[in-house]
Each structure stands twice: as structure tokens, then as C-alpha cells.
Design a protein around this ligand. Sequence first.
Ligand code: PRX
Length: 635
Amino acid sequence: MSNYHIKNLEEYFQVYRKSVRDPKTFWDEIGQEHFIWHRKWDRVLSADFKSASVKWYEGAKLNITENCIDRHLRTKGNQTAIIFEPNDPNENAVHISYNELHERVCKFANVLKSQGIQKGDRVCIYLPMIPELAVAILACARIGAIHSVVFAGFSSTALSTRINDSECKIVITADGSYRGAKTIDLKSIVDDALEDCPSVKSVLVVQRINSKISMKVNRDQWLQPLLDIASPDCPPEIMDAEDPLFILYTSGSTGKPKGMVHTTAGYMVYTAFTFKNAFQYRDKDIYWCTADIGWITGHSYIVYGPLANGATTVLFEGVPSYPDFGRFWQIVDKHKVNQFYTAPTAIRALAKQNLAFAEKCDLSSLKVLGSVGEPINEEAWHWYNDNIGRNNSPIIDTWWQTETGGIMISPIPYVTPTKPTYATLPMPGVQPALMDDNGKELVGNQVEGRLCIKFPWPGMARTIWGNHDRYRETYFSAYENMYFTGDGALRDEVGYYRITGRVDDVIIVSGHNLGTAPIEDAVNEHPAVAESAIVGFPHDIKGSALYGFVSLKETGMGRDHENLKKEINQIITEHVGPIAKLDKIQFTSALPKTRSGKIMRRILRKIACNDVANLGDTSTLLNPEVVEEIKSNSL
Ligand code: PRX
């Protein structure tokens, strides 16, 4: 029996029990399978949740790109590694074989070296969904540089904050990007960001949209001429198991974004293992994840997990609505996609369209449908199951986080019976716990509480870049000896988990994690704004949308409200990015506050959700009268 590929429910329970009884042996055995190690580990795990210190496969030496590329060359050199499907359906798809990927990664790695990039240096990648994005990531990993991919929808301020936090030496970007019918001028966003980034010495620019851009002398260079003269030979840098592989920023409930640090060996083993099992990937299957590589889903399940398995992974540049809402289904049909992985927000948007878009396409290649990023509501689940899976492809509702590196709770298709809106059972090696308000673990079934994980797993982030205290404080201080996820969950009568949503001030909008604090900070920058509070409210397509309660300074009172709203959203776009724009803005004379001066968000949340019948006790408020005003003017 191979632990690597679970085939039926009985085997799942066997493997799961073993993984809990003896996690070290379990992960030791998984690590022994398939991978290339230059040196095996001395110790499979050393961990202490108190100090938030976790090490997997300590002492091992490896390079992840050797495992994702070189390892397959002998048997799969000519097999397609990446299918690039461009934004415009009239532009040809590009098939990149493992041999070609190897050459492109080695050349790119040599270009990075020629720019003075060495092991341990941070490289910021701000690129659209084009092959160069995957190649750049792998090129960094080839030479041991730490990549920090910033989603190319983020604003220049968000980009510069991230570049400065990890002191990146170089930025890799493009002249621009295609997004449906629009183009986005990426290079000028980078130029703005770099006004304020002293660590950046050079910028490499990919030509994608052939627009006229300005190139700063002694800083900016086109990538292609450098690739043309680069050697295709680049031996992999041999890394320690715990050397950082990448930094990826995620929003927190407070303050600046957290640079989650993932390390090499544990992340590789975990993404490879979970990819294989969660998607039941078989040789020659075509796998497609629609996420952007700028998020963890793309890192783990477009690039590393699939390539570590020698899979064929589709990389799609465009959007689901261009040129029409049939685009996803046309791509499934065109490339005969077997495993399809997307987000509930996309499913809800597509479910609103004419069914003919899906019906016109041959979707019979589909074997597995994935969902990730937020809870999938019952209606969307059924639509996906009935119309896309045609009752023939199990839905895997995969719960996990940037911090967890890989899938934590998910059905295994054709193994775990699915249940709408349930992520079902933990992956082997994952030990969830539900905690009550008093910090006690809820045992048994039919309970609801805060979701924690009580034992380390190899894919977990090891720290927050430059701030280990914040890492310990955020994830390991709420409950003793537990990793706290920030999510609520329930366990049903058979032990299936259902994730109920965030229990902190993070709001998930269209599958994107948004902390309210940085958006409020942006709103408060407006000269007419006194203060603001942002909460989530249910939205048909986005899952949640943002509702801002804004109190104005006296100088702002007479201003035209519609204009003010536009200006506020413009500031948010500049500081955070367009994804954080407020759907509703309500101006109020004041915000409800406790006697200690804290904004009572609980009340605002209820008002935003139109749930005003039971606002709870408002008598402890400093200014209870304002609640009436806000209630009667609510949008
Ligand atoms: O609240 C959970 C939600 O997304 C959060 C993690 O967001 P992020 O770090 O951006 O990673 C998203 C992709 C892995 C979680 O804390 N979430 C993610 N997947 C699910 C989910 N909520 C419910 N069901 C899911 N399947």
C-alpha cells in the first residue's frame, strides 16, 4: 500500500489513524517517496507551539526545482508541464514541455544571477498570469533566492509596502497585462511604487502588451535580450530543508500585511502529497486551477504541487467573463480538463448566466471539481454539481489558508462521500480541534467552535518575515499548544467539518482576504473623514461585500455625498487596490462606541446585514442614540 495515493474510504481511515498515532513515521515515509534528496534528514520533526518553532526534515538537503522539473525529464521530458491559455481566445495556447520548462527556468535563473541575485536574496515578482510568472518563481527557487509574488491587482502603495517589508533587491514585472477587454499598465504602477523602495536595484520587464513604457536608466531592463544570451545550464543550489522558499503576504485583522514565510522541504512534501490525493491526479490528466499565482492557491496548486507530481497544469491569463461567460467551459472543452479547481465567487457569477454557455461545451472530461477560498453556499454547490459536474464529478470543498501552505480539510474524490457546504474530513496528518469560548476543546460530534490545529504539519508557514513575535502572537497565543486558524467551524454527527467563516476582522470578498484595518486607515486619509468602520454584509456573487460607516469632520459635512463616496473609493484603490472598494458607504454623525472608546462593530455588522431586530445590549454604549440614527439611515 502506498501512502501517497489513497484509494478508498477504509484506506483513508487507516492512513489517517496512522498519521495521528505516529505522525513522525507517517511523514517520514511520505518524504521517502519519489523525491530527490541530496541528503536525508536527521530528524523528521522538532516543534514547540509555545515559541512557535517548527522544523520538518531537519538536516535534509534538496532543491525543489529538481523535484518539480529535473526529476521528470527522463520519463516525461516531452510531456506538457504548462498549458498557457491566453486572455484572448484567438491567440494560440502555448504548450511548454518539461524539457522546455527546464531550459527556461535555467536561463531565467542565470539572468537573475547576472543581476547579482544570490541565495537568500528577496525577489519581488509582480506579473500577470503568463508563463514567465511560473518560470520566474522556479528560477528563484533554482538559485535559492526567496520569491515574494505580489498579486498584480494590488496598488502601488500595497506593492511598495510589501517590497520594503522584505527588502527585495529586484522586481520582475511586465509592460502591462490583459484583463478581459482591458489592459493594465503594470510598469507605471511599479514605477510609482519604486519611488519609495530603496532596496530595489534593478527591474526586469517582460514584454506582454507591447505598450510604450518608460524605462529608467541603470535600473530597468527588458528581460528577453538577457534571456537570449543566458546559458541554459544552471545547476540547482542545494538548500537546507528549512531554508525559506518564499514569502507571501496575507491580510491580518490589524495593521500591515503579514509576510508568511514558507520553507523548502516541508512545503514541497505537503503540496505534492495533498495535490495527489485531493485531486486524485493520474498520469496524463490535464489539471486546471483558475486562481491567480499571486495567491497561495496558485503557488501550491498551479505551480509546486502539480509540477512536483509531473502533472500538466493549465495557466489561464484571462477572466471568466471574456469574451463571454462561456470562457471557462470553452477552456475545459478545448484542453479536455480533468480536474478543475475554482472559487465559489466565480461559481456564483457563472451560475447567474445562461446555462447554454455550459451546455454548449463538452465537459465530459471532468473528473473532479474543486472549490476554495470561502464557504461555498448550498445553491452554488448544487449548481456546480448538477450543471458542471453533471452529477458525475465529485466536488471537493477544500479548506485551507495561506498560512497552512496546502489543503487541510477536504473530501478525497471517489473516496469521501460529499455533503454540500461541508469540507468534510481532514487530510492525513491534519488534526483539527474545535474550541469553545473558554478555551476548552469540544470533544465529540455535533459541536461548533473555533477551528484550531493541534499538531504541526509539514506545509505550515514557519514565521512572519521579520516579526516572529507577531507570528507567535497571532497563531499560537489564543489557545495553548494549538495553531488558531481565525475561522469558526462545526463538526456534524459523522465528524464532517463545515467552515462557518472568519471569527476575526478579516472579511473574505470574492475569495480575497481583506483585513478591515488597512482599509479603514485608507478611508481615514480622506481630509473630510473623521473616522470609519468597515464590516461585511452578504453579497450574491462576492460572498461578502464591504459596508463602510463613515463619520465626517465638520469641514466635510456640507460636501456632496456622491462625490465623497467616489473619492473614498479612489483612495482605497490607491492604498489597497480595487478589490477593497466599498459597496456601500453610509455617512453618520458618529460611530457607536463603548465607554472605553472602542467602536462597537458587532452592532454595525448587524445593521449592515439588515438584522436589526436583535441588536443586543446597547446600554453600555457611550452614545446609544447614534444607533437609532444609523439604523434609520441604513442602506
Ligand atoms: O476563512 C477561510 C477561507 O479563506 C481563509 C484563508 O484565506 P487565504 O489565506 O487567502 O487562502 C485562501 C486559499 C487557500 C480561511 O481562513 N477559506 C478558504 N477555503 C475555504 C474557506 N472557507 C470556507 N471553505 C473553504 N473551502
